[in-house]
Write a protein that binds this ligand. Structure first.
Ligand SMILES: [Zn+2]
Ligand SMILES: [Zn+2]
Length: 166
């Protein structure tokens, strides 16, 4: 049996607790202890499924209902506190939104590359200019084939050891 690995959010410092509460209040929501625990279970850079979030918060919120956790995540999403994205695993994954970031996801090997928002900003602006629509492109995932797999696909065609092209 592996010992349970407790992520560092178990030791959420008072200061960051206050910051979480502040985010909720600024969104016009009550900062209940339960909400703070759920929001605190999410970390920037991690994409967690609703089930993974539930698994993290359950030990801290004895008797918490799975659907309560799901609804709270959806509330956070609607408030713009977290992003909800399908990164190709076929499940919704949640991540706190501390500013914009985007992903390029390789369908072949699963590699994820961070996509610079500087490339996405012109799209946002063009949509605004053309449709008067403020697109909330805060967390974009684009799917395709990464450079390594692209090279692999080329090589797989011939498998010619004397190819010589570099
Ligand atoms: Zn992300
Ligand atoms: Zn790849």
């Amino acid at each position: 049996m592996n010992p349970p690995t407790h992520p560092p959010f178990f030791a959420v410092a008072e200061a960051s607790r206050e910051a979480l509460a502040d985010r909720l209040r600024r969104a016009g929501q009550r900062a209940t202890p339960q909400r703070l625990v759920i929001l605190g279970a999410l970390r920037p850079g991690e994409h967690l499924s609703a089930d993974e979030v539930f698994a993290r918060v359950e030990p801290l919120l004895p008797g918490v209902n799975r659907s309560t956790v799901y609804r709270t995540l959806e509330l956070f999403r609607d408030l713009g506190l977290v992003s909800e994205t399908d990164l190709g695993a076929g499940v919704r994954q949640f991540e706190p939104l501390d500013g914009r970031h985007h992903h390029l996801v390789c369908h072949f090997c699963g590699a994820r590359i961070e996509l610079d928002d500087a490339l996405v900003a012109p799209l946002r602006e063009a949509i605004q200019a053309r449709y008067g629509f403020a697109a909330g492109i805060d967390h974009l995932a684009l799917f395709g084939r990464c450079a390594a797999c692209e090279r692999g696909a080329e090589g797989a065609g011939g498998a010619d050891p004397a190819g010589g092209s570099r």
